[in-house]
Design a protein around this ligand. Structure first.
Ligand code: FES
Length: 162
């Protein structure tokens, strides 16, 4: 909790102690921590002096916020118009199946998290997936497994098991 307080100190500054700052504050916290933890939302509620349930209700209203940590390899499937029309939804479903997690979830080993994102500006390559900082163009469901293995080679999985 002490560590969280330190992490939030530069965001929760006295000049922002206002309900109108709630969304920008939550955006900044997510930018810093990668997600909104229950503890962080409670700290914000206390800071802005509104109930924790209100902060949670507002945060869950917007799909820009995530409530679980990011994996070591964050997987982002673009669902902008071009990618959606080119089969992005099928790619997203295939990723969720292959990783065996829900969208916005994280694998039990914390290696991968899965999110849908708005246009990332590579529409000519649609549908695209971003893993770490690499863009994977013209994705299809059959390519999903191959791409995930290339990110986390089997040898790495083996050495982690030992
Ligand atoms: S819609 Fe996916 S990159 Fe633009």
């Amino acid at each position: 909790m002490e560590e969280l307080k330190q992490q939030l100190a530069e965001i929760l500054t006295p000049d922002r102690k206002d309900r109108s700052q709630l969304i920008p504050i939550l955006q900044q916290i997510q930018g810093k921590l990668g997600y909104l933890s229950p503890e962080a939302m409670l700290a914000v509620a206390e800071f802005v002096e509104i109930p924790g349930s209100t902060v949670y209700g507002i945060a869950t209203f917007y799909n820009q916020f995530r409530f679980t940590p990011l994996g070591k390899h964050p997987v982002k499937v673009c669902m902008g118009t071009a990618c959606h029309l080119a089969g992005g939804k099928l790619v997203l479903e295939a990723m969720a199946r292959e990783l065996d997690i829900e969208v916005s979830g994280i694998t039990p080993d914390h290696d991968f998290s899965l999110d849908r994102v708005a246009c990332i500006g590579c529409c000519a390559l649609a549908p695209v997936v971003v893993i770490d900082d690499s863009v994977y163009p013209r994705m299809t469901p059959p390519k999903v497994e191959e791409v995930l293995v290339s990110v986390k080679p089997a040898s790495q999985e083996q050495s982690e098991k030992q």
